[in-house]
Design a protein around this ligand. Structure first.
Ligand code: ZN
Ligand code: ZN
Length: 195
C-alpha cells in the first residue's frame, strides 16, 4: 500500500492515539518528509523490513510516526531514546543511510503569525502544521547509525537466564560480570524495588 494522503493518515492517527492534535499532524508530516527524503514510497508494505525509526520523546508526536512508517515497538523497528527532543531518526537498512529530522523551535511562533484569528492554540498549530512547507517545520541531518546485529528486527539468538533473579533475557541484553551472567536489573539498572 503506497503512501496515503495527510487527511487519511490523520484519521488513522486519531484512532491510534485517541484524539487528533497538533502533535499528531507534526508527527505525520515528519514521517512523510522522511519517507520522501529516503525515497521509500511504501514503508508499511513492500519497504517494511527496510526501516528502523528512533524516536526521542514520549509525547503525542511519537504516536503518529508508526502510523506512516509501520515501525512498531513490538516489531523491534521502533527504538526509544529518552532525550526529550521532538526529533526522530529514520534508518533505511537496505541503502545503509539515515536521516534525523528535528522539529524547528520557531514552528509554534510561525503558527501564531499565520493564523492569529484562531484562538485555540492547538487548532492554530494543527492548521499551520498541515500547511507549512517541510523546510519551515523541520531541520534535517543526514547521519550514520551503527545498528548492532542484535538491534535489527528479525535477530535470532538463544535467551539466557540471569544467575541472580533467574528471569530470561533476550537480544544480548545480559551483562557478564565476574563470571556471572546477569540481567541489567540485577547488574544495577533496576528501576523498581521488589517489595
Ligand atoms: Zn495528542
Ligand atoms: Zn536478574
Amino acid at each position: 500500500m503506497p503512501l496515503k494522503s495527510l487527511p487519511e493518515y490523520e484519521q488513522l492517527a486519531e484512532q491510534a492515539h485517541g484524539h487528533l492534535c497538533a502533535g499528531q499532524i507534526l508527527g505525520l508530516r515528519m514521517a512523510l518528509y522522511a519517507m520522501n527524503l529516503l525515497s521509500l514510497p511504501d514503508p508499511a508494505g513492500a519497504d517494511r523490513k527496510r526501516l528502523v525509526t528512533f524516536v526521542e520523546i514520549d509525547r503525542c508526536v511519537t504516536d503518529a510516526i508508526p502510523v506512516v512508517t509501520g515501525c512498531r515497538l513490538g516489531k523491534r523497528a521502533l527504538k526509544f531514546r529518552d532525550f526529550g527532543k521532538v526529533a526522530a531518526t529514520f534508518c533505511d537498512l537496505r541503502e545503509d543511510r539515515a536521516v534525523r529530522i528535528i522539529a524547528r523551535e520557531g514552528a509554534r511562533d510561525r503558527a501564531r503569525e499565520l493564523y492569529p484569528a484562531i484562538e485555540s492554540r492547538n487548532q492554530q498549530q494543527m492548521r499551520a502544521y498541515r500547511d507549512m512547507p517541510d523546510d519551515d517545520l523541520f531541520e534535517i541531518q543526514w547521519v550514520r547509525v551503527a545498528l548492532a546485529p542484535e538491534d535489527i528486527p528479525g535477530y535470532k539468538a538463544p535467551r539466557v537466564i540471569c544467575a541472580q533473579c533467574h528471569e530470561a533475557v533476550s537480544f544480548k541484553r545480559e551483562v557478564r560480570r565476574e563470571g556471572l551472567v546477569l540481567c541489567r536489573a540485577c547488574a544495577g539498572e533496576r528501576y523498581y524495588t521488589p517489595l
